[in-house]
Design a protein around this ligand. Sequence first.
Ligand SMILES: *Cc1c(COP(=O)(O)O)cnc(C)c1O
Ligand code: SF4
Length: 694
Amino acid sequence: MDEKSDNIESGSQKTEEFLVKMGANMNEINRVKRRYPMKATRYYLSLIRGKDDPIWKQCVPDIEEIRDTLNVEDPLKEEEHTPVPYLVHKYPDRVLLLVSSKCAMYCRFCTRKRKVGRIQQIPMEDIMKAIDYIGEHPEVRDVIVSGGDPLMRTDKELETILSRLRSIPHVEIIRIGTRMPCVNPVRVTKRLASMLAKYHPVFINIHFNHPSEITKEAKEACAILSEAGIPLGNQTVLLKGVNDDPDVMKELMRELLKIRVRPYYIYQCDLVKGVEHFRTEVECGIEIMKQIQGFTSGLALPHFVIDGPGGKVPISPQYVKEITKDQIIVTNYLDQMYSYPGLNRTATKKLSNKRVNTIGIAYNLKKMPKKGERIDKYAEYDDLDTIDAIRRSFENNGYEVKLLEADVDFFEKLKSSEVDFVFNIAEGIHGESRESHIPSVLEMLNIPYSGSGVLTQAITLNKSRKKEILNYYDIPTPRFQLFRNINQKLDPTLRFPLIVKPDAEGSSVGITNDSLVFDIESLRKQVGKVLKEYDQNALAEEYLDGREFTVSLMGNGKPHILPIIEVDFSHLPENIHHFDSYEAKWVYDDPVKKMDAIMFPTDLKPRLKANIEKVARKTFQTLGIVDMCRIDIRLDQNEVPHVLDVNALPGLMPDPNSNSRFTRSAYRANMTYEDIIMTIFKAALKRYNLAMAG
Ligand SMILES: *Cc1c(COP(=O)(O)O)cnc(C)c1O
Ligand code: SF4
């Protein structure tokens, strides 16, 4: 042999004496050795500073090796990926060529513990057969010469192997995996290096596990290889008691860079039989990676991998916190958060001039109140006739329509529907701002829709807030007080009779004939009823004794006013008060029985009509209403129009005999139902600067 080596086989008198002097239990060591041989170089043993130190642990047998009942001999399933002996072909373009079953030292944690040191040296003929396989497989462009330790072969044998590999045109790079510079640095000679250099590109991956292995000798060995133009990398195994400490690992990585060795991999310890006592939690490796990233040279940062039957899997601290359509949110090495925008930013996505082809109709379908539910619970919801009439209006104009019931599954249905626009008539299912829920979802998904937006829908559903705003802008509205509990003191400036209403309902919901109160006692009773049955605040407002009108508006900017409706209470029986109670609206308002409350007044003086229209438009604009709305107005004794209520989602019943005041007004203006829907739709498209289908 022409290779220098200071190998001392275990059992040598000197080794034993040395170990005993350090306090080793030779009995245990000898038991382990019978299964897993021991071998170390005098050089490597000389690095030991004490029993069980990181060097000791790597080379001296431990009784735990033969106590391990958990693991298997070949967890990486290398045998299954062995098409010819001594060759592992697991990845598409690269193979592992095992050229030696021997090492200068037998690492106690070796992945190939089942073989290394336990079988005869691999015959050169078999290696040549394995190389033939490589020659027959043009997809193989990277050959990793491994073992055991390939540098256990003589320079001559190695050259035979390398030259044979180099004669295969598709082999682009050759890598050698060796621990020699670490455990037996004298093996690395200039002669070896210049031989290797003949077969460039040749890379070498070394195997250092602890900073105390980076000695003057190791440094010299690495320098010889570097100077032969061989790029050097390092593969480290994460080992309990050896290097499972971020500071130790960081130091190792830095020391490696100083001897021009680039950290390549840190391996999570494999599940090899006899190695269990070296295993750490994966989190340990993750923590180490965290401590290296950002805190020292990027060159010192290897990949932390778990090897398995499927190959190596990189494990990384979670720097990516969230990936959305618009951006990626990341944390840096100090755990500070940053966002990085993607190319598909919805925020700047231009809706302009996009063609609308598919319409979604968002609605809540009227249901029969269930037992225990209030009779007027679904009064605001739409019936199937209305939804169907809207659908037909769009389909007749060439649109594809998708029905989207605004229930708890609305978000998912909407996302998968891929609609370009939503025609919204949904009243919402629960919550004090329920009418604003669908607009909120639509805005979140950047889907244009008809009708008022989130804030307006929320405000118009809340009578007291709405009245406060009207007051602020000097728009007349009956004087009022909000009751949050039954014992609240009545504002002495308010004049009876008062009407008591739920603060956040529409369509006369919760307003019955008894809601009109003439004394404090009935006031308390009605307030109590609202607080209890409607679970919301009660609004008490002064009753105006004048005529009542409903004004429907359409469009934007200066909205168009449809023919004004007067609410006719003359058909009501004696005992029913003349205001829009539930009874007046739903019980005695039956056009079939000729008790239609809706009339189009012919006696309106131009001055009064103009005043009503002025108040209606000002209300529309002040509250930020768009596309359509219905405003209820009542006159006081001086014929001043006061705003009673505003409905930003007026009912759109198609039946010309229904009590849908909005559609009745539109029909009066000679519009068809389709005209109504298309006018609202076009007003919305114009706001969004969108184009119609076609
Ligand atoms: C590690 C390994 C390789 C090389 O993988 P790289 O990620 O390219 O370093 C090839 N084959 C097997 C079987 C391996 O275990
Ligand atoms: S040098 Fe490598 S192959 Fe040899 S015993 Fe150590 S880990 Fe195993």
